[in-house]
Design a protein around this ligand. Sequence first.
Ligand code: DGJ
Length: 743
Amino acid sequence: MGIQFIEKSKTFHLYNDSVSYIMEVLPNGHMGQLYFGGRIHLREDYSYLSETILRSMTAYVENDSQPLFTLANTKQEYGVYGTTDFRQPALEVLHENGSRLTDAKYESHQIMKGKPKLQGLPAVYTEDDSEAETLEITLKDSVCGLTLKLSYTIFRDRSCIARSVRLINEGSQNLHLLSAMSLCLDLPDSGYDMVHSSGCWGREFHLKTRHLEPGIQSVGSRRGNSSHEHNPFMVLKRPRTDEFQGEALGFSLIYSGNFLAQAEVDAQQVTRVLMGIHPGGFDWKLEPGAQFQTPEAVIVYSDSGLNKLSQEFHQLYGKRLARGTWRDRPSPILLNNWEATYFDFNEERLLKIAAKAKECGVELFVLDDGWFGARRSDNAGLGDWVVNRDVLPDGITGLAQRVEDMGMMFGLWIEPEMVNEDSDLYREHPDWIISTPGYPASKARHQWVLDYSRPEVVDHIHQMIAKLLREAKISYIKWDMNRSITECYSSELPADRQGEVFHRYILGVYSLYERLTSEFPHVLFESCASGGGRFDPGMLHYAPQCWTSDDSDAAERMKIQYGTSYCYPLRSIGAHVSAVPNHQLGRVTPLQTRADVACFGTFGYELDLNKLSAQEIEDVKKQIVFVKKYRNLLQYGTFYRLENPFEGNLTAWMVVSEDKKDAIVGWYRTLNMANAPFSRLRLKGLSPDFSYTLDGSRASHYGDELMQIGLLTSDTALDEFQRPEKGGDFDARLFILHSEDKQ
Ligand code: DGJ
């Protein structure tokens, strides 16, 4: 790993064993992009990669050394609009005189060991300076006084680059940042498919693939959260790239608010990727002396398909984005009472559910919505984080202690960013909601969003939540967020700062997370936003797991979890077994299938176990024993997607241990088939020379057989495993592989 600067050609080369990132100072002083991809040799001069040519209708930058230099056809590091480049810019700055030009010229650079922290924002980190090097390039616009610090981190052992930008107003006039992207990457051609997630509530992380075409294609959010609809994640892959082979670039933004992920193909087929805070409605006033830090973006390179790309993200985000004691501890098996009771509970009912959960082996009992203020339905109570003694006479402290006495941890649901009209908080502070003067304040789920851009609001909520955490033995918090932001406006900010509210809001959320996670480091946080409405890398920094979707139907979950795994590690994917008929779809799937899907995530239950039959309880007990035995492998093993649920009747995936001695394969068939053909599933990631036994049978196969020929998944194979009940719709099978061989 290293960062090479070649003085003569003013070229930077960031490299490790797997990737190279090369850029140069252009003739006009701006930064030009030359290459990002698989590792290439170091050399003194990469100027042959500069693609500039005299074209008709092109405007040229006045420049003594190279009079015909233009930005129009030049690949850049941080493109600006308004001189000779007409593509969407990474940066757009409004000056006091109304101009929007910037002329960001190279001034200096600095190479550092390790990686500096990002002020107030979540980011990937190093634990040891030897893990990474960071390059900070300083660019300056001497007309308006804006200084740009472009930051690039390369890791010793990872195929990725982390990027962000700090903007400093060193001039004497107020500047307005109208667009300040985290990442701009110009690629030399457009031969890519764009893969991104596309969905909605209950249908998060559905995958969409489209070929890049001239013009702009983008996904994003202007909802104040990263959203159910899209995710701050996008892949550009070569059209023939699949899960196992071919080139792909993954782009991810470590941010939980409004975002844009965009690819623009210009007339010469150059592809400009932009990723950052959505410029729609964004306007950040930068006074003289002030700084603005963009969120961080990560680009991952894979030369071996999408599985490899995802594994890189899983490793990076699992170990160097997530933090705290729970980062390296598999999630406890939980039971959440939401779908068991909704709002209809009292302490007695909860304890009955908890007792059954304990009997089955559950480790964490989670009390969801409805325990506070006047919250007996979703009409009231949000904002009043004080227990309702009619429901829980001994308070949260009493209930938590009783659950602890049973031998389980206790967890609690909160939705600290929201308020109901019918709440003491709103009655005391009606001006604390986000709303625009003179216009109606839209409600969603009968609630408004608190103005987290105001520090006093965050302080107030902090006091209430910290008090709860201090007083009761709470080991887990589920932090929910059940609506998007509308009528975005803060009564505390002046007119020329209203474009800052969305970003200030999420900074407020991060600051509360930061305070609570550092004051209560033993508490496991799970983020949630009506399921996956804010399942993003920003949240992962504080909460190592996230409730993936309110849709807990096993068949739907295969798709949702498959899509989520493109960027996020299994340790983060909240997955529970719920009751049938399923509450979202009315579908009935076997109990074992529900567990076999959920165990590839942070496993739990979301139902009243007292309602199950004696046989089902025995099955639940076995499921829990199984997850306890294998959860380390299930949550931290190397994950491979094998069969794509978006393409057919089958879903399959597997995890492999680091030493390759253990693996678990999950195989799922949506609809059964009469007189079905023999089927085999080609496995991945095993050692070809190891001999693996299949759980429940005496049969053993070499890794090369299992990877080249495949694992038999058809019913003859089942006989071999003496599986009593066969087939049916929504069938699932887990195959446990183990080898005693040594490398
Ligand atoms: C939405 C969450 O996604 C659910 O799991 C549950 O916590 C409800 N909110 C409670 O209101």
